[in-house]
Design a protein around this ligand. Structure first.
Ligand SMILES: *Cc1c(COP(=O)(O)O)cnc(C)c1O
Length: 391
């Protein structure tokens, strides 16, 4: 008997119907915009419910469906939609669940474009957003209004790793009839599954760990069948930001190695973290599963593990030292994004003028490191030579 929740089954077999395409091991890219129907009755059925079959690739597409089934199973959710980016997935999910005059409660530092979406788009339609730290359930209770409708969560945050107590937020949301969405990009379903914990919708940028090769964008939304169909029937079809078959195929390919990539990155991250913690030029580090992390206990309780991203604070007097450090790295690249094969660095002070740099402000001395698939020693050697030549 096959255990259909086994990750090996999900990544290698679930959703695939090889006897239908010449027993090819890799799925075909069904690169078509439209699908032929044989009878008027078929057309009638599809016009009434486009979620019931293949009509037009802005709706359902067979290559995308293979991916949807795997991603729903990984999240232990009933259903899934895949978008052309993580931002598109978030936009559709929020748009589908708020109305004029509603109030949104959001964590304080969500992904940058999410904040712009709330502040510059939804505000134009009379939808107000209140930002809270989100680290304590009382902060949610304190901002609750009669018109509160939606809670936006990101746990952990991808810069400072702030987390929300999922069980407590779910209980609060259910008590007050609020819909919850959680950005789970940091953990992936391997390390955290918000949907079985009671979160209504789980979002992930597939651009990061799911794709894993820095060669495609994508966004994942999972939840109940009812919720996902509601979004498909309106926002998904109307905005037209569903993923293209070729990009879906790249994400299926990324999934084959998801488990082994995450395992490797988890191991290397521990080694690089120990190196950074001992370095005299590093004042402190931020990592959710380090004892020094302010929410260490909660992180250990609700996350299976953590990997990839580390933030650290260097003992810099001037911005110049941080600039040199980043520019002197020979292998670790300076770039946005993360989750791919390549290690990356981002300095928090990038937008500051040299004269605006304040060594007394810890944030200015913050860097975020993403650990990719290189060996830990290769990365440590690169960091060491950059420290030596920059400070
Ligand atoms: C990158 C990112 C997103 C946005 O995903 P895109 O695929 O780039 O649109 C959302 N949330 C987090 C935490 C991210 O890192």
């Amino acid at each position: 008997m096959t255990d259909e929740t086994d990750i090996s089954y999900i990544l290698n077999e679930l959703g695939e119907d090889r006897s239908n395409y010449f027993n090819a091991v890799a799925p075909p890219i069904i690169q078509t915009s439209n699908f032929r129907v044989n009878t008027v009755d078929e057309l009638k059925k599809l016009f009434a419910d486009e979620y019931s079959g293949y009509l037009y690739s802005r709706g359902l597409n067979p290559t995308v469906d293979i991916l949807r089934k795997k991603l729903a199973a990984l999240d232990e959710a009933e259903d899934c939609l895949v978008f052309n980016s993580g931002a598109a997935a978030i936009f559709a999910a929020v748009l589908a669940n708020v109305n004029k005059g509603d109030h949104i409660i959001s964590v304080k530092n969500p992904y940058s474009w999410v904040k712009r979406m709330f502040d510059l788009i939804f505000s134009r339609f009379g939808i107000e957003t209140t930002y809270i730290e989100g680290t304590d359930i009382e902060q949610f209770e304190n901002v609750l209004k009669a018109n509160s409708r939606f809670i936006y969560l990101e746990s952990p945050n991808s810069w400072n790793f702030a987390i929300q107590d999922i069980n407590k937020v779910v209980a609060f949301a259910k008590r007050n009839g609020l819909i919850t969405l959680m950005d789970n990009s940091y953990c992936t379903p391997l390390y955290q599954k918000p949907v079985p914990m009671g979160i209504d919708m789980c979002m992930q940028t597939a651009t990061k760990y799911i794709g894993g090769h820095s060669d495609t964008l994508g966004g994942i939304l999972t939840g109940s069948h009812q919720m996902i169909k509601k979004i498909f029937d309106c926002e998904y079809m109307a905005v037209g930001s569903g993923i293209q078959p070729f990009n879906a195929w790249l994400l299926i390919r990324g999934l084959r190695t998801l488990e082994i990539r995450i395992r490797r990155i988890t191991e290397s991250t521990k080694e690089v973290l120990q190196y950074l913690k001992k370095h005299p030029l590093v004042e402190s580090i931020l990592f959710p599963l380090d004892e020094s992390f302010p929410q260490f206990e909660l992180a250990g309780k609700q996350m299976k593990n953590a990997c990839g991203l580390i933030s650290f604070f260097v003992r810099a007097e001037k911005k110049k030292e941080i600039v040199h450090f980043c520019e002197n790295l020979k292998h670790i690249m300076m770039a946005v994004s993360w989750g791919g094969h390549e290690s990356l660095i981002l300095p928090r002070c990038a937008s500051l003028e040299e004269t605006e740099f304040d060594a007394g402000n810890k944030e200015h001395r913050m860097l975020r490191l993403y650990i990719g698939l290189e060996s830990a020693q290769y990365l440590i050697d690169d960091l060491e030579q950059a420290f030596r030549s920059s400070f």
